[in-house]
Design a protein around this ligand. Structure first.
Ligand code: CA
Length: 218
């Protein structure tokens, strides 16, 4: 799954990007509000980590404009301890949660899972419905009562499909949900991923709609 990291502090940004990638996220890092806005406009993010004090537009401005555009991507605000007014303002503008710096990385991951599953409409760590569910904590798929481990990319792909069961996602839409900037995407990458997942989950788990894309059953 892709996360947009908006942070102008080089040291925090670099260490967060590295830690997020280590935890299986594709992390795109931008250092100012203008770039954050244009990245959000491209879409494809499962979650946004948003610093508030930023060059060009501050974080609350980025958030306000995103929500005005109807962008509902979960936003977790990362903020300094003394910014109570900013935190309240950002929650009122539509932030999903906030975390005070400095924080423990484990807590950040847990809060990211929490905002993502709330957006998915799940009260616990399982998202999805019917025969296929995803466990955000263990990165496993639960299919017909059995659990299977997934790679980070398999997980991102299935999460994208399960957000709207029955809807067809094109190759481009799936690539956009899985790969961050600068990641090499071979022309058959999605086919290879889906082939592997069908082997794990059964041939009927992900349906191909010829010429259009893929879907999971509604
Ligand atoms: Ca800052």
């Amino acid at each position: 799954m892709r996360v947009l990291l908006v942070e102008d502090d080089e040291m925090i940004g670099r260490s967060l990007k590295q830690a997020l990638e280590g935890a299986g996220w594709s992390a795109d890092w931008v250092r100012d509000g203008e770039l954050a806005q244009s990245a959000l406009g491209d879409g494809g993010y499962t979650c946004v980590l948003l610093d508030l004090g930023l060059p060009k537009h501050d974080g609350t401005e980025v958030l306000r404009r995103a929500r005005e555009r109807g962008d509902a991507t979960p936003v977790l605000v990362l903020t300094a301890r003394d910014g109570l007014d900013d935190r309240i303002h950002s929650l009122d503008l539509g932030a999903d949660d906030y975390l005070l710096k400095p924080f423990e990385f484990r807590e950040l991951l847990a809060r990211m899972r929490a905002v993502v599953r709330r957006r998915d409409g799940a009260a616990h760590s399982l998202v999805g419905s019917g025969a296929l569910q995803l466990d955000l904590t263990t990165r496993e798929v639960v299919a017909n009562g059995a659990r299977e481990a997934l790679t980070a990319r398999e997980f991102a792909l299935l999460h994208a499909l399960l957000e709207r069961p029955g809807a067809i996602l094109s190759r481009e839409q799936l690539e956009n949900r899985i790969y961050g900037w600068g990641e090499e995407v071979t022309s058959n990458a999605i086919d290879v991923l889906i082939h592997g997942m069908r082997r794990k989950l059964g041939a009927e788990s992900i349906r191909n709609v010829r010429g259009l894309g893929w879907r999971v059953a509604a």
